[in-house]
Ligand binder design. Structure first.
Ligand SMILES: [Zn+2]
Length: 121
């Protein structure tokens, strides 16, 4: 099971609130061997109300990047078809945080979009 550091979730919550009503997108950093998310990497992206265009050619891809996070300005943290397509390309752990952006309004998914457990540490 993946774990996420409380301070990383705090940074995600803050970024999601700051970007609202647009979507926030970031990359999760950590050590894949230990399955611990210990860093939020903010990447160049164009934020829209219901979409995020990731400028993936500007992302310095390295082995520290283990997944993604994005916000939904709605109450639903269900991944869209496009979300799942992105998940498949960008690591193995993916978070969606829904409005109102707190430690209860997010869910974690694997690269196929299947809901997965994540522990706050
Ligand atoms: Zn989404």
């Amino acid at each position: 099971m993946y774990k996420i550091k409380r301070e990383v979730l705090g940074a995600i919550i803050e970024a999601s609130k700051n970007t609202y009503p647009h979507e926030f997108f970031g990359v999760l950093g950590g050590s894949p061997g230990e399955k611990i998310v210990d860093e939020l990497i903010v990447v160049p992206a164009t934020y829209g109300r219901n979409f995020t265009l990731i400028k993936s050619h500007l992302i310095p891809f390295d082995s520290k990047m283990i997944g993604t996070v994005h916000s939904h300005p709605s109450y639903s943290s269900r991944p869209s078809k496009q979300d799942i397509a992105t998940f498949g390309k960008m690591g193995s752990i993916h978070l969606i945080i829904a409005y109102p952006f707190n430690s209860e309004s997010f869910n974690a998914f694997d690269s196929k979009g299947i809901k997965t457990a994540i522990e706050l540490i």
